[in-house]
Design a protein around this ligand. Structure first.
Ligand SMILES: [Ca+2]
Ligand SMILES: [Ca+2]
Length: 93
């Protein structure tokens, strides 16, 4: 779980491309479903690096409940729960 926080933190406020953004979604199938539904702009069923970055930024804004720019493990878990509930992805957990 700390790795996920680092992945999100590394995306940073300077909007630098984080080549590992895709790992956030590869680790959590429910997030991958959401990301593909919301951010697969060209509809090819895969997340390009740019699409993954956009989805990671969107997820961070969802999950960062206190708005400090960092996603704690607690915020991450709550963010995943929110995405699953709001977007009906992920199935049973
Ligand atoms: Ca795509
Ligand atoms: Ca936070």
């Amino acid at each position: 779980m700390p790795v996920l926080v680092l992945l999100l933190a590394a995306a940073g406020a300077d909007a630098a491309v984080n080549p590992r953004a895709i790992e956030l979604f590869e680790r959590e199938p429910a997030l991958m479903q959401w990301a593909l539904r919301a951010h697969d702009r060209d509809g090819d069923g895969r997340l390009s690096q740019a699409e993954a970055q956009a989805a990671a930024d969107a997820f961070r804004s969802i999950a960062d409940g206190d708005g400090d720019g960092r996603v704690t493990p607690y915020e991450y878990a709550r963010g995943v729960e929110f995405v699953i509930a709001r977007y009906a992805v992920g199935g049973e957990r």
